[in-house]
Design a protein around this ligand. Sequence first.
Ligand SMILES: Cc1cc2nc3c(=O)[nH]c(=O)nc-3n(C[C@H](O)[C@H](O)[C@H](O)COP(=O)(O)OP(=O)(O)OC[C@H]3O[C@@H](n4cnc5c(N)ncnc54)[C@H](O)[C@@H]3O)c2cc1C
Length: 426
Amino acid sequence: MAVMGGGLGGLATAALLARGGCAVTLYERSKQLGGRGQTSDVEGFRFNLGAHALYQGGAAMRVLERLEVKPEGGSPGAGSYLLRGGRLQTMPRGLVSIMTTDALGLSGKLELAKLLASLGGVDASTLAHTSMRAWLEQRLSREDARDFLMAFTRVSTYCADMDRLSAEVAVAKLQAMPKVLYLNGGWSTLVSMLESRAREAGARLELSAKVSAVVLTEDGGAIRGVRLGDGTEHAVDAVVATGGPGDVAELVPGDAALARDAARAVPVMAATLDLGLSRLPRPDALFALGSDGPWYASVHSAVAKLAPEGGAMVHVMQYLGGRGPEASEARLEDVMDALQPGWREYVVARRYRPSLRVTNWLPTAETGGLSGRPSVAVPHVRGLYRVGDWVGPEGILADGVFASAEAAAHALLVGQQAAPRRAAGG
Ligand SMILES: Cc1cc2nc3c(=O)[nH]c(=O)nc-3n(C[C@H](O)[C@H](O)[C@H](O)COP(=O)(O)OP(=O)(O)OC[C@H]3O[C@@H](n4cnc5c(N)ncnc54)[C@H](O)[C@@H]3O)c2cc1C
């Protein structure tokens, strides 16, 4: 079997398949593994590709546990503020603190407290075709209360487009309020651990190896092999393709259904400013979430090992899309001015990325939320599977990646019991 792509999805799939007894070869087109899960070392600061937090209680943790990968790090919480009009305000952390925060007026507080108290009784799955904005407008009349829930929706989904986002996804996140983990050493530690699991189980990993096409049987209905960028062909009867919907469509030129999926995909984008500081001007201010705009700042090194002794690693971010403003580095600096006044004096490392693809598929109300995403098995090409944050009915972000990896591996392992398969390799 062949796996295309050596990000978290490809590595997890290769490890699961190899553990299940399959001969598997993973092809990664770039020189290194990790994809969007990479971490760079800049002057001793560990920069993920923008702010990354591992959500607890979802598919990612479930599959990592199956593979005996134990992520280590810490959970944020202390020193948290809402940011409104450039000013920090108390972050309410529960029904009681909602009543004492300065972030909402009295009517907003009462309305919000009432909604949060009844949230457990909402069946989120009935909201797949409702947009988050429509749901908020039905349930809340006060703008400050809506802004508050939009801020929490942004931080838990990375999505700023409330007109498109399916309320199914957003409400489920508000109900669960999952704890998150910032990882010691960054997300590349996940990549390394998954790489080890895949290799230990016997998977072959090939770098600088682009899959340029899948080779189909004469009737076009099944996989016969993969063709690499160097022109070589390798016989396999199953391919798990990771990457984005466009990468998968490229594998079968002229395939209208795959091209349609690629055209339907609305990516979720973010602008990120990653900072390494020699010290924090305000050690008690660790997290800010914009309630009147799509802003985020968090001192990840406060709870995870990501900075040299005494230093601090901060991710600042703008959620892009929807009615929000264009990406702006200056606005991200303003967010830092509010959280850590005087920070510029202590900058050791910085990196601005105006447009990163957080996920490949915004689960929209128009396409029916999570169940509107493409299926793991490509129905019309036997042996072709896809894995990623845009595939299958479970989970968003890395949860979607690991859930689809698990589903693809399961389908192939069940199929293998019926007929032995070949690894790629000529
Ligand atoms: C700014 C930012 C913040 C994020 N924050 C979070 C977060 O807090 N929590 C969370 O859960 N998720 C987060 N994510 C999302 C998470 O990083 C991704 O969902 C996850 O890393 C995707 O893994 P993947 O393996 O599916 O895809 P990718 O990481 O994109 O990997 C795909 C790999 O396939 C390779 N490839 C593609 N085409 C080919 C080909 N033809 N041949 C060979 N190789 C190929 C690519 O080179 C790449 O290495 C964030 C992402 C970003 C950018």
